[in-house]
Design a protein around this ligand. Structure first.
Ligand SMILES: Cc1cc2nc3c(=O)[nH]c(=O)nc-3n(C[C@H](O)[C@H](O)[C@H](O)COP(=O)(O)OP(=O)(O)OC[C@H]3O[C@@H](n4cnc5c(N)ncnc54)[C@H](O)[C@@H]3O)c2cc1C
Length: 456
């Protein structure tokens, strides 16, 4: 038996804030993962997929981090039912690459294809189709989890259902997911028949959203700088998987334009200096993107990559924020009026969000630490403006909690334990299950310590 090589390295999420020094191992197989776990010398442990969570959900400063991206085997596939069993380090992009040619798609995908199956389960990710398909966890049939006891246990809705429930959206705190069985979705093509509509303000957004319930996928970009009667103006995108015939008429859609603009920002180095990515340059970016779309409605058939993963075309786009990194603030609020209040606080502040996305979730609420629930979700990327930004985010937390909303832990780096408890009403039930399977708190993260989710 070989000894695991644990090495210290700097580790960060996608926001590059915070960056921590962590003792990491990169096992190549399930048995090496077990060895690494057994050779942790009593330290706390955490699984880390592709680090596409933004803050400290996949970080553990004093403890051991198991990098799972080499657990890459596709273990079994049933061509008739579309049921697939894979190791946890396989990415969404790899699944699409292998199974789309066979007529199957991943039922829920996030805004980037560079996330692992383990990370998709750990954060119980949502896509542009929450109202129709729920979250990633709704399509997981079973999992094999390496527990704190060192055992590997299979869990599903019928077997150890408490562990199954707490692991979906469990932020890596119940154990290391080694493999999962997933139900894929049958599609005729990967292309998307899409409509994009420019809207002038938040009222128009909600109206179009109401009229779009029979579109499988919906998402909108909004301009958070603009106030007054144009507050919440933006571009609404809705679509469904195209037929094989439609897929033959692929064209470029409006989503390519955001890529073009971000790429230009990076190439021109306009945003390289921390001083230059400010309200003025963000305002220019938002103006340019809004006006690139003609007034009214556009119809196109676009590839799945620009539709689902537009920013993947810009390599390392998170570097647009320079050395200080950035913070994403994603919240869901059950009341539409609260969205207006939130946008008002942002547009009146001296800070601005570079890229902002808005969509409405369906009513499915998984409970525990899972984020999505009925309401409107806004995802905002702020350059790390320091103290003033943190103070504004605390104001937003209060508004969100007041109306029974919550913020996404997979994008968080600074929420307080007190606010978390107000936002996640079933957290105690989740913690009871977690403690049952891991009474000593072997699995921990910087996020879990900050929010008081684990002992230690
Ligand atoms: C550009 C961009 C767009 C995004 N869009 C969306 C979106 O639309 N919807 C959405 O929901 N999210 C979105 N995200 C967030 C992303 O989908 C999640 O953070 C996802 O969890 C990242 O997967 P990962 O493999 O990088 O996991 P990591 O960031 O490495 O880990 C995330 C969590 O999962 C746990 N974890 C990872 N692997 C395992 C494992 N094998 N066993 C147990 N736990 C594990 C970690 O401990 C951690 O708590 C986006 C991120 C980016 C960068």
């Amino acid at each position: 038996m070989t000894t695991t090589s644990w090495a210290s390295k700097p580790l960060a999420g996608w926001g590059r804030y915070p960056i921590v020094e962590a003792l990491c191992a990169r096992p190549e197989s399930q048995s090496q993962t077990l060895n690494a776990f057994n050779e942790r010398e009593g330290d706390a442990v955490l699984a880390h997929g592709f680090g596409r969570s933004y803050g400290d959900a996949a970080l553990l400063s004093q403890g051991r981090v198991v990098l799972t991206r080499r657990l890459k085997k596709m273990l079994a596939f049933d061509e008739t039912s579309g049921v697939l069993r894979v190791e946890a380090g396989v990415t969404i992009g790899e699944l699409i690459e292998v199974f789309l040619p066979r007529g199957w798609f991943v039922p829920v995908v996030p805004g980037t294809q560079f996330v692992s199956v383990g990370g998709a389960i750990g954060c119980n990710i949502h896509g542009k189709n929450h109202g129709h398909a729920g979250c990633f966890g709704d399509h997981v049939l079973s999992m094999e989890v390496l527990l704190a006891s060192g055992e590997v246990v299979r869990c599903s809705r019928a077997q150890h259902d408490d562990l199954f429930w707490a692991t979906i959206g469990g932020m890596g705190l119940t154990g290391i997911i080694l493999s999962a069985e997933i139900q894929l979705q049958a599609v005729e093509s990967g292309a998307i028949e899409m409509e994009s509509i420019r809207f002038n303000n938040l009222d128009e957004f909600f109206q179009i959203s109401e009229e779009s319930t029979d579109y499988f996928h919906t998402v909108s970009w909004i301009d958070c700088v603009k106030g007054g009667s144009q507050m919440g103006r933006g571009i609404f995108m809705r679509g469904r998987h195209a037929s094989a015939e439609q897929a033959a008429t692929l064209s470029e859609g409006p989503l390519e334009r955001v890529v073009e603009l971000v790429q230009r920002a990076l190439d021109g180095r306009a945003f390289e200096s921390n001083l230059l990515l400010n309200r003025a340059t963000i305002r220019l970016f938002n103006e340019a993107y809004y006006h690139k779309h003609p007034a009214g409605e556009l119809h196109s058939v676009v590839g799945y990559e620009p539709f689902f993963f537009p920013l993947d075309a810009v390599e390392n786009w998170n570097y647009v924020y320079g050395k200080r990194g950035f913070l994403q603030y994603q919240m869901v609020v059950p009341e539409r009026e609260a969205v207006r209040d939130i946008l008002k606080v942002i547009s009146e502040s001296k800070m601005a969000s570079f890229l902002a996305v808005i969509k409405e979730f369906g009513d499915q609420d998984h409970g525990g630490l899972s984020f999505p629930c009925g309401g409107t979700t806004l995802a905002l990327d702020f350059p790390n403006f320091g103290e003033p930004l943190l103070a504004m985010m605390e104001r937003l937390d209060a508004l969100v909690a007041e109306v029974g909303g919550r913020i996404y832990l997979g994008k968080d780096a600074r929420l307080s334990a007190e606010m978390f408890r107000r936002m996640y009403p079933t957290w105690e039930a989740w913690r009871e299950v977690r403690d049952r399977w891991d009474p000593q708190g072997v699995f921990q993260s910087d996020l879990s310590r900050r929010l008081g989710l684990t002992p230690g």
